[in-house]
Design a protein around this ligand. Sequence first.
Ligand SMILES: CC(C)(COP(=O)(O)OP(=O)(O)OC[C@H]1O[C@@H](n2cnc3c(N)ncnc32)[C@H](O)[C@@H]1OP(=O)(O)O)[C@@H](O)C(=O)NCCC(=O)NCCS
Length: 372
Amino acid sequence: MDGPRQVRKDEVGDLVDVLSDIFPFREWYSRDYMVSRMSRARSWRETLVIVEDGRPVSHIRTVYNNVSIYGCRVKVASIGSVGTHPDCRGRGYAGAILKQTMEQMVKRGAKVLIVSGGRSLYRRANCVPAGRRYEAEVRSADLGGQTSDLTVRQVTPEEWPALAPLHQAENVRFVRNVGFFSGLVFWWDCQYPQIWVVESRGEPLAYVSLALVWGKESEKRRRVAAEYAGSRAALMDALPTLFEAADLQVISLEVLGHDAELLYLLRQREIVPRTKTLSGTHRILDLPGMMRRLRPYLAERLPRVDMRRLRFDQTEEQCVFSYGDERLECGLSEAAPLVLGGPGAPKVTGELERVLSAIFPVPFPTPGFNYI
Ligand SMILES: CC(C)(COP(=O)(O)OP(=O)(O)OC[C@H]1O[C@@H](n2cnc3c(N)ncnc32)[C@H](O)[C@@H]1OP(=O)(O)O)[C@@H](O)C(=O)NCCC(=O)NCCS
């Protein structure tokens, strides 16, 4: 057994074959396409594997992004295509790669790990459901015969530059450069995401992504809207037209917890969203580093005296929140819901409670097109 270590470029072909035996990639992509995408420097450099008899048998790929929270940039990491060859499972390979991957993430400055799943492998590494999100089932029948002069149009990723200003105006979002679509992991489009833009007299006002629901690919007339940006009012007004144009019956709209505007518009239409956490699971990698990056956010919510007395620390297994002499120590799996919101946050009392409730939960975005 060799590893965990970075995959070598000449091993990428074998790695693609193993991953294609684990995941149904062959249905979507040719081997050549996958090899070319995984051979890009930014891909194989962030890929850790365990190798047996000269062939990779276990794999985790990491992707780094920045998120912007009211203008504060925080580096986040995500992992994807986590897989071990069936003959080699249960030997601790994925767990060992994940441990090394997380150490590398901290060294590279990532503050939060976002994982798309919640299985035991991730829970054992303190990745837990966290963050605030609502899910609204919007049915075309519920919207009645509303009309508007808005138009909707499906666009391709190449048209992103026209939508980027809408995305850029979001106050909590993933930071993206203009060509980000071409740098996404090759499997990002497995759920056939469509991008629809809402326009008024040719001017883009909002956009929404509509993807098939994992495991419900047969339900072609149901889609999940995992990302939207721009005018919420225009988006809601355009929904009847969108249902018709996209030939849908149900849109499962994922609303971020801080989006009071969209939640208000849904309530006006008597649509009651369910409370959820952000999709997948989250782990705080570097609490003090994250809070340093968020200092401008804190400074708009806390007086200077509170800022001076508030401290954040983290060890391998614990996070520490302190205010003057008051101190709260909690496990990493409790820290994520405390910081980002969600069930399982520890009880906070005293002055620490007053101060932390002014800053937590920190609004946090969901990856949307940055899904890995
Ligand atoms: C998930 C997968 C990558 C695990 O690979 P692996 O090399 O067998 O992983 P490990 O040997 O480190 O751990 C295997 C299991 O034992 C569990 N485990 C490990 N040590 C343990 C311990 N000391 N006590 C209890 N459980 C333990 C792990 O949590 C993991 O549980 P899970 O498979 O239910 O998540 C592998 O099963 C796979 O490729 N599955 C198909 C693809 C897939 O579903 N990928 C994940 C996408 S979200």
